[in-house]
Design a protein around this ligand. Structure first.
Ligand SMILES: C[S@@+](CC[C@H](N)C(=O)[O-])C[C@H]1O[C@@H](n2cnc3c(N)ncnc32)[C@H](O)[C@@H]1O
Length: 339
């Protein structure tokens, strides 16, 4: 079955990487059918309904999941042809939405929805825009139109409601929940997730809400108490440690996954000789506590590829996230390679 993932436009590379990592974590058997701007179409061999249900609760940087009925060109007649040829027999009421990705298409979506509605009408289908039993979607991107059933949607408002300033303990400069969740997914955790620079616990909250056990550490007691308040607020099972990320009191190879956002060496406190030393030593410690073959996601402002490789890591992916004019986060996905 072909599933189309309608990706968020807020980042160019993270949304697709998140989908792939989630599917790999779920041991899903799939191949890439088409990779388009804002839309990833995968050929899935597993039970699609169960998968869509899990992914809709887990993903952060996807808007919708569509069961694909047909793919065609992006011209007006081509879109109508794709719908006409692939429209299934309909029982119950329906709605149709046409969505343009960026500026690839200049088609008037409302007028296209009316024209598609005409095709449905001729087949005797009844529209209900408020409470439809079946929702269809046409996505227009690059030179393609993708037509299918809207089968899963990500609750973006839940992420909005968890923005840092709505949490009981707030500290500026932290990750937004959608970014934190996507990075947790990219780390492919199994049961445990560790953040050695946990701050107010933003990453831990997102991992905890996925049902993972979370462990966090920080070198500021006030901040750790804040993380505790935030984790308690969301009823998450956690352990917190007052510790130096450069000298972790944890045994070797005990963690499934690490996602962390160390200080950038600006306003945030650095409890080490220098930023370089702190990043290098903490990478070595993260390498030590990770199980073989497992991933870490490390955020920094400066390039840390060399330090990561010196610690023993293999570099899998790099994503750049521009926060504002003078801050671009570098997000490195690294793996502890078998020795
Ligand atoms: C950028 S903040 C983390 C933000 C976090 N993602 C959040 O959601 O709040 C970095 C944190 O690292 C902590 N820190 C600084 N040096 C440390 C060290 N050597 N070991 C552990 N934590 C440290 C700081 O106290 C700060 O809370």
């Amino acid at each position: 079955m072909l599933l189309a993932f309608e990706l968020s436009g807020e980042h160019k590379t993270i949304p697709a990487s998140e989908v792939h990592a989630c599917l790999e974590s779920l041991n899903c058997d799939y191949t890439i059918h088409l990779s388009l701007d804002g839309c990833l179409i995968l050929n899935i061999k597993n039970d699609a309904d169960e998968l869509i249900d899990i992914l809709s609760k887990r993903l952060a940087m996807t808007h919708h999941i569509i069961k694909v009925l047909g793919i065609g060109g992006a011209g007006q007649e081509e879109i109508l042809g794709v719908v006409d040829r692939n429209l299934p027999d309909l029982e119950g009421t329906y709605s149709i939405r046409v969505k343009r990705v960026r500026a690839y298409s200049t088609i008037n979506t409302e007028s296209m929805e009316r024209k598609i509605g005409g095709i449905f009408y001729k087949r005797g289908a009844r529209a209900d825009l408020k409470n439809p039993q079946i929702q269809f979607r046409v996505l227009l991107t690059e030179d393609k139109s993708i037509f299918g059933y809207l089968s899963g949607s990500i609750d973006r408002s839940a992420y909005e409601a968890r923005k840092p300033h709505y949490k009981p303990f707030f500290y500026p400069g932290v990750l937004m929940p959608r970014v934190a969740r996507a990075l947790v997914n990219i780390a492919k955790p199994e049961k445990l997730l560790f953040d050695p620079f946990c701050g107010t616990g933003g990453i831990l909250v997102e991992a905890g809400l996925m049902g993972l056990k979370v462990i966090g550490g920080d070198m500021q007691r006030k901040i750790l108490l804040g993380a505790k308040m935030n984790l308690d607020y969301y009823n998450i099972g956690y352990s917190l440690m007052f510790e130096d990320a450069c000298r972790l009191a944890l045994r070797d190879e005990c963690m499934d996954a690490v996602v962390t956002d160390p200080p950038y060496g600006r306003s945030a406190a650095i409890k080490a000789g220098s930023l370089e030393e702190m990043l290098g030593k903490s990478l070595e410690e993260v390498y030590r506590v990770l199980k073989n073959g497992k991933r870490a996601v490390f955020i920094s402002e400066r390039p840390i590829e060399k330090l990561a490789e010196e610690a023993g890591f293999k570099i899998l992916e790099k994503h750049l996230q521009r926060v504002h004019k003078s801050l671009t986060r570098r997000i490195l996905v690294i793996e502890k390679s078998f020795k």
